[in-house]
Design a binder for this molecule. Structure first.
Ligand code: HSE
Length: 434
């Protein structure tokens, strides 16, 4: 920091990087009033210097050599918006070695290597902030770390992936099939040509590992997140869920009961009265329940140039304020609670089951016997003719039961001769409680 100017090295000039430049340039006066310093983008790392861009950048600031940023004594803060693990991780560690503060939007890096990066930052007295890594423009990490610091969070449920929420919303509103909607989402640029990370829940799992760590103060790793995507959700599942008063959403669920934790990503039936049920399209939302505060919900854009850039630049403002106060590297709280994960016996929830059965006398009795043997009771039952009336489709919503028992029920159902197929099994949230 020289001459009341904070110099920033921006790594990446894609969608988010471009937004960062626009906000730093366009909001300069507000940023200066709030921090007392001016923020200058001093160097920008790009892949191709010759590329024509819609932005106005000062002469000579664009470079293809990352060392011009992390080894540059003039630069105070590195903003990393390249994404992916390497070379982002290498650049960030080198920048920290050189005493530079870090702002990153990189959920993959923070979910997989956050502990290493934060420990190096602590050693070097540097800040590392990553608000944009979860739910784009929603300031959820700051809410967890600061806003809820006086409370104990018991549950976080998030729609933290816009692509899958767009697909689930379209399937629900139009009764369309998964593959059809995925193709449409790809044509519109909402889904990637290889959609695996989004549709199989990996992107959401990374975000939930970050939320779990910050919300529960435990060292949550990606392997702790039980992850299932939406590629097997059918139009029929959604139609039946609706009939019973539910929407199906890809939910990240992090729950703490008596010090035991579970974190998962899975297609979940959400009761229509729950605020998450009406979060539609590419929007994100995170529902947070605290012991003292009760229910809260944060809603907004989970991606996009300017929304994500606001989160990045707000982190930059925090770094600059810390620089003025001389307190960089002191605000992060390392996980202080022991991580005790629930077993399948301790994960308790309502469940939705869809079965195709022979339309014969006694089948329903066999089903209820197996459920009773496993201590599972029913909240709702729906039966419809299937396959021209030769078979029946039975849809069940259970009361709260353990995951262990539900999986045992599913296994026994699969072995029963009169049950042709266990089509689907989903967790259920909201509606009638325990
Ligand atoms: N692929 C992500 C989504 C973008 O669909 O929400 C933000 O991480």
């Amino acid at each position: 920091m020289k001459n009341s100017k904070v110099k920033v090295g921006l790594m990446g000039l894609g969608t988010v990087g471009t937004g960062v430049v626009r906000i730093v340039q366009g909001h300069q006066e507000d940023l200066q009033k709030q921090t007392g310093l001016s923020i200058e983008i001093a160097k920008v790392l790009v892949q191709n210097v010759e590329k024509t861009r819609s932005l106005k950048l000062a002469e000579g600031i664009v470079t293809t050599d990352a060392a011009d940023l992390f080894d540059n004594p003039e630069i105070d803060v590195i903003v990393e918006v390249i994404g992916g693990i390497q070379p982002a991780k290498e650049y960030i560690l080198k920048a920290l070695d050189n005493g530079k503060h870090i702002v990153t939007a990189n959920k993959d890096l923070m979910a997989l290597h956050g502990a290493e990066i934060l420990s190096k930052a602590q050693e070097r007295g540097c800040d590392v902030f990553y608000e944009a890594s979860v739910a784009g423009g929603i300031p959820i990490l700051r809410a967890l770390v600061e806003g809820f610091s006086s409370d104990r969070i018991t549950k976080m449920m998030g729609i933290v992936n816009g692509t899958t929420n767009y697909i689930m919303t379209k399937m629900s509103q139009e009764g369309a099939d998964y593959t059809e909607v995925l193709k449409e989402a790809q044509a519109l640029g909402y889904a990637e040509s290889d959609p695996t990370a989004d549709v199989e829940g990996h992107d959401a799992a990374r975000k939930m590992a970050i939320l779990g760590t910050l919300g529960f103060h435990v060292d949550m790793s990606l392997e702790d997140v039980d992850c299932k995507g939406i590629s097997k959700v059918s139009a029929e599942d959604i139609a039946y869920a609706k009939k019973l008063g539910y929407e199906i959403k890809l939910l990240g669920i992090a729950q703490r009961d008596d010090g035991l934790i579970e974190v998962s990503v899975q297609p979940t039936l959400v009761h229509h009265t729950h605020p998450l049920a009406s979060v539609n399209g590419v929007f994100n939302a995170v529902y947070v329940h605290g012991e003292a505060v009760g229910e809260t919900m944060f809603y907004g854009p989970g991606a996009g140039e300017l929304p994500t850039a606001t989160a990045v630049v707000s982190d930059l403002v925090t770094v600059v304020k810390n620089m003025k106060l001389g307190v960089n590297g002191r605000s992060s709280v390392a996980p202080y609670r022991e991580k005790r994960l629930k077993s399948d016996e301790q994960i308790v929830s309502k469940y939705f089951l869809r079965l195709i059965v022979d339309d014969k006398r006694g089948v329903l009795a066999q089903i209820t016997r197996i459920l009773a043997e496993h201590d599972v009771s029913l909240e709702q039952v729906l039966q419809q003719p299937y396959n021209g009336g030769t078979q029946s489709e039975i849809i069940l919503i259970t009361h709260h039961a353990s995951r262990k028992n539900l999986f045992a029920v599913r296994e026994q159902f699969a072995e029963l001769e009169s049950i042709f197929e266990v089509k689907s099994l989903y967790r259920v949230e909201g509606g009638e409680e325990k």
